[in-house]
Design a protein. Structure first.
Length: 289
């Protein structure tokens, strides 16, 4: 039971019982909240936000249509200019991949990942074609648009089966030409959360680790098996010799938890591997040994 100093606060909603009826039902000591005006203000703010979102969507559509017209006109004069900007190199494919698997499993995986991160610009699948090249270690994936190809670059290092794909621009990619046809960087709005990604480009930073003295016949999987017990990799790159297909005997990596960098260096530097000894140090600083 309410005392003289206690009050029951009753919410008031549009279309519900009237204020007088609400007070009568509440009994003595009750009063209405002072929030009705706040509810009205909130409703007005939401309506204003909805109108602003609608305006921004219309403006975005207008600029997209204008950009599409420019791109179409540019391609009329340079019909072959767009293809390198719409293609991406996909390396580090699983060894069992053949032309049929590339055109089915790889195509489906890329389409699903692009949809998952919000990188598809339009209805239907983003991938136009997939082609496996003779040595079967890489493929080229072509997209419907330059923008979708740029968004795919954000998937570098994503897990596919038991490997992490290496995604690059083709050698004949010209950013000065591509920028006339669409964005050349992935959209900042892409949602990469939930993806298993180990970047294949190790950016220069104080925590970039150099690992030398590796056997040249070691695979990426063998090297990463040596590293992952220390922690989760953020980026990893085993430097390869294109002429032989083997590694050059060194790699770079960075861990998500940079605090373990010194522990990794201490544990692995000088470690015997076959008939060699590892050299492990920070890539951008003098070795402490």
């Amino acid at each position: 039971m309410a005392t003289a100093h206690q009050h029951h606060f009753l919410p008031v909603y549009p279309g519900s019982f009237g204020n007088e009826h609400a007070l009568r039902m509440a009994g003595p000591g009750s009063r209405l909240p002072q929030e009705h005006g706040d509810v009205q203000t909130l409703r007005e703010q939401l309506e204003l936000q909805a109108r602003e979102i609608q305006r921004l969507q219309g403006t975005t559509s207008h600029y997209r249509a204008w950009a599409a017209q420019l791109q179409a006109r540019y391609q009329m004069f340079s019909p072959d200019a767009a293809r390198p900007a719409k293609r991406v190199y996909v390396g580090n494919l699983p060894p069992e991949m053949n032309e049929e698997l590339v055109d089915t499993e790889l195509r489906n995986a890329v389409n699903e990942l692009m949809a998952q991160i919000g990188g598809v610009m339009g209805d239907g699948p983003a991938v136009a074609s997939c082609k496996l090249y003779p040595d079967k270690s890489y493929a080229f994936v072509e997209f419907r648009s330059v923008e979708e190809a740029s968004n795919c670059m954000a998937l570098d290092g994503v897990r596919f089966k038991d490997t992490f794909l290496k995604i690059r621009r083709p050698n004949n990619y010209d950013p000065a030409v591509a920028i006339m046809l669409g964005p050349i960087e992935p959209s900042p709005a892409l949602d990469l959360s939930g993806l298993d990604i180990v970047r294949t480009v190790v950016q220069d930073s104080p925590h970039k680790v150099f690992i030398g003295g590796l056997p040249c016949d070691w695979t990426e999987e063998q090297v990463t098996e040596m590293l992952v017990p220390f922690g989760t990799l953020k980026a990893f790159n085993l430097v390869m010799d294109r002429a032989t297909g083997n590694s050059r005997g060194y790699a770079f990596c960075e861990f998500i938890d940079v605090a373990i960098t010194d522990n990794v260096i201490t544990a692995l530097h000088g470690k015997p591997v076959g008939n060699k000894y590892l050299t492990v140090k920070r890539a951008l600083g003098p070795t402490p040994y």
